[in-house]
Design a protein around this ligand. Structure first.
Ligand code: MLT
Length: 384
């Protein structure tokens, strides 16, 4: 029987970042270019109204949990959500210089150094359980926001996280953090951070090392740090054009930036060919809850004018807004106006999906044998 050809590699594909090369399976989620993100076959639109732990259960077990299963799972996470005092002390000894993602990746690595039982499945759950505390320790420490209070995981996964942040909180902020968390758990297997986490795991490095590496991959401006850059872009547009800017003025602004060879942030995606449904969820949220916020009105104008202008360029394959175009604006409107920590919030969520994907790669793929070490081939090219 002839093997099905999935992809034909030509020399044109070399040095192009493996874009679109099928390399394996992803069981947790998939991204449809037209319909967007699905976790275990369920659309993100539906999942955006669920409890975070219910969504994590779905990702972890591959099925929707019953009420009693979710309650038991929640209890399991609470039981595991403990960081030893000495681990906390090492995290708080990290230098404050550098981007918060440097500290986050290091903190995860530190937690791994004290883990006695290096089992991928066990570690994935414990990591998921302790991530909100690790993230809050890093943010409070790096930002000089004050001493992190004791963790109270029984308050709820994101409720505890927001309470651990020593910044003014509100029900709206908790709601936005929950939504942000759910929308960022997973995005197929091919995005850089997931691929890196899986690749590092393929060398049989432990879960914490693989996730730490994945967080470094996420930290780059072409990947996770785009959400920070996007809010800074929306803020710049607001300061350049003022609160009362009309859509016509925003369109002119975009055209001028493009003419001056300057970047427009928050548009396009490697896979999607429509507006990112995660962005649509956040735009709808922003219109409903923060309709008069100046950042929201500029972000809404950028959404419309950006797509219009970019669509005129035949070289742009996806002129639509992505989630980063609006997620930071919603966080800022809800009271979390700290763009420097947006990528860390992305990492706090994405580590969940990556950890579960690593469990598949290590323990379930190829009838339980696991995937072999990642080892592609580079063609030798002699220096000229
Ligand atoms: C995303 O969440 O959009 C991704 O991680 C980026 C990607 O899929 O390449």
């Amino acid at each position: 029987m002839e093997e099905e050809v999935l992809f034909t590699i030509t020399k044109e594909h070399l040095d192009t970042g493996l874009r679109g090369f099928p390399v394996g399976y992803c069981t947790t989620s998939h991204v449809d270019p037209q319909k967007g993100l699905f976790y275990r076959g369920t659309s993100i639109l539906k999942l955006s109204t669920w409890e975070p732990v219910k969504v994590i259960y779905l990702l972890y077990y591959g099925k929707e949990g019953t009420h009693s299963e979710i309650t038991a799972f929640e209890k399991e996470l609470i039981k595991r959500a403990h960081l030893e005092e000495k681990v906390i002390r090492y995290i708080l000894a990290l230098p404050k210089e550098g981007h918060p993602m440097d500290l986050f990746a290091s903190a995860i690595q530190i937690v791994g150094m004290f883990e006695k039982n290096l089992d991928y499945r066990e570690n994935s759950l414990t990591l998921i359980a302790t991530l909100p505390h690790i993230a809050a320790l890093v943010i409070n420490h790096h930002g000089g926001f004050g001493k992190t209070p004791p963790s109270q995981p029984e308050l709820g996964y994101m409720e505890n996280f927001v309470r651990l942040l020593t910044i003014p909180s509100s029900d709206k902020l908790i709601q936005v953090m929950r939504l942000f968390n759910i929308l960022h758990y997973d995005h197929g297997g091919g995005n850089l951070s997931t691929f890196v986490g899986k690749a590092v795991g393929s060398g049989l490095q432990h879960m914490y090392g693989a996730i730490s590496a994945a967080m470094n991959a996420l930290a780059g401006p072409k990947h996770g740090r785009a959400n920070q850059d996007c809010l800074e872009f929306v803020e710049m547009a607001l300061s350049d054009l003022g609160e009362k800017a009309t859509i016509v003025e925003v369109e002119k602004y975009i055209r001028k930036r493009l003419n001056d060879n300057k970047l427009i942030f928050g548009f396009g995606h490697a896979v999607l060919r429509v507006e990112d449904p995660r962005a649509t969820i956040f735009y709808d949220y922003a219109k409903k809850y923060f309709p008069t916020h100046p950042l929201v009105s500029i972000a809404l104008h950028l959404r419309t004018a950006g797509e219009k202008v970019l669509a005129e360029n035949p070289k742009v394959s996806d002129p639509h807004a992505n989630i980063d175009a609006i997620s930071g604006t919603v966080l800022a409107a809800a009271g979390f106006h700290y763009p420097e920590y947006f990528t860390l919030l992305f990492g706090l969520a994405r580590a969940v999906g990556i950890a579960i994907q690593i469990v598949y790669d290590r323990l379930e793929a190829r009838e339980g044998k696991g995937t072999p070490i990642v080892r592609p081939k580079y063609l030798y090219k002699a220096a000229k």
